[in-house]
Design a protein around this ligand. Structure first.
Ligand code: SAM
Ligand code: SF4
Length: 341
């Protein structure tokens, strides 16, 4: 008879290192592909979403997070789709928020549900929140998000501040001819609110109604524009992600630039992404992946096969993404909302 060795007695590495020597200590977990918005750069207007049984249950999400933390992951970002529209999402935050060895549980949200949920998220142990805002003009906000209500999002930001979240950050995607004239006003807003702001270059993920090249705004140009109004000093601050930060003199606000096109950040990549279907993607811009859902369902009481699959996945983490805006087709077919931004 083969004796089953309990998992606690088995030896597994306490860290994940890929074949290029990069340590993976950060996961981004998409808990739903659904969203109450349909941002034009993120989704098609008539998106079809996954059937419920093809999406990880919240218990499966919690199990995965616990396994990754065991493997040395210290930062977990919950994202989507819109994570806060998932029913009972709060259960997950409570389940993982205070895990020993988890340094930081953080959240990316469109802010629409924050007014109601900010306090509960804080109590659950969420440390930082990124809130996406691409325009401060009500009409324009509506047309970019197709369904969103700016007022609700602004109230969500206030709620997050009131319950004591520090390090709130706005995320903005600028699109040429759509909202690229708002870089300065978005920064002014961030300064007034004493919060940070990051500009994310639009990425060719999924097929949307415009060509990515037609709307692309380079962060290098945005930086030049902002430097014409503010004194910016390069900051050593890192939020553990690919953003490069600049401090605005005499303010509390830092401006981050996430520039997958003009600054390739792959050499220091420390993250992997898990989709709401349980696919472990080793790179946002490549197709290399391992399907964890079949293992989760086949071995409900045994984490070893999942641990092994995650460790083995380090051998296929690509060296880098390969975004090229001039290509007619998207770099990858899946939408950011599926993979988790
Ligand atoms: N719904 C939440 C939100 O909007 O913050 C979380 C998910 S969303 C996919 C995460 C981030 O990805 C957002 O800041 C959004 O602006 C960004 N994003 C979505 N599609 C993108 C794209 N094609 N290129 C660059 N950023 C994108
Ligand atoms: Fe929804 Fe976020 Fe995508 Fe906008 S960017 S459609 S809010 S998932």
């Amino acid at each position: 008879m083969i004796e089953k060795v309990p998992m606690s007695a088995q030896k597994f590495p306490r860290e994940l290192i890929d074949r290029f020597g990069r340590k993976v200590d950060y996961i981004r977990l998409s808990i739903t592909d659904r969203c109450d918005f349909r941002c034009v750069y993120c989704m098609a207007e008539d998106m079809t979403f996954l059937p419920r049984d093809e999406v990880l249950s919240l218990e499966e999400c919690a199990r995965l997070v616990k396994i990754f933390v065991r493997l040395g992951v210290s930062k977990v970002r919950i994202t989507g789709g819109e994570p806060l529209v998932r029913k009972n999402a709060l259960w997950l935050f409570n389940e993982i928020g205070h895990l020993e060895n988890l340094g930081e549980l953080v959240l990316t949200t469109n802010g629409s549900q924050l007014e109601k949920q900010a306090q509960d998220l804080k109590n659950a142990g969420v440390k930082r929140i990124n809130i996406s805002v691409d325009s401060l003009d009500k009409q324009r906000f509506k047309s970019i998000t197709r369904t969103g209500d700016l007022e609700k999002v602004l109230k969500g930001i206030q709620a997050a501040k009131q319950v004591g979240f520090k390090n709130i950050k706005l995320n903005s995607v600028l699109m040429r001819g759509v909202n690229d004239d708002e870089a300065l006003s978005l920064v002014e807003f961030a300064i007034r609110q004493d919060i940070d702001i990051s500009f994310i270059e639009e990425m060719p993920l999924g097929e949307v109604d415009h060509t990515r090249e037609s709307t692309f705004v380079s962060n290098a140009d945005t930086l030049k524009l902002l430097q014409s109004k503010y004194t910016l000093t390069p900051s050593a601050y890192s939020s553990g992600g690919p953003a490069r930060y600049w401090q605005i003199t005499n303010t509390q606000t830092r401006i981050g630039f996430i520039s997958p096109h003009s600054h390739n950040f792959c050499e220091s990549c420390n993250r992997v992404r898990i989709t709401c279907k349980g696919e472990l993607y080793l790179c946002l811009g490549q197709e290399d992946k391992v399907d964890l859902m079949p293992l989760l369902r086949q071995y409900p009481d045994d984490d070893v096969p999942i641990i092994k699959a995650i460790i083995n996945s380090m051998a296929i983490k690509p060296q880098g993404h390969d975004f090229d805006l001039r290509r007619a087709e998207p770099a990858v077919i899946r939408f950011m909302s599926h993979t988790g931004g």
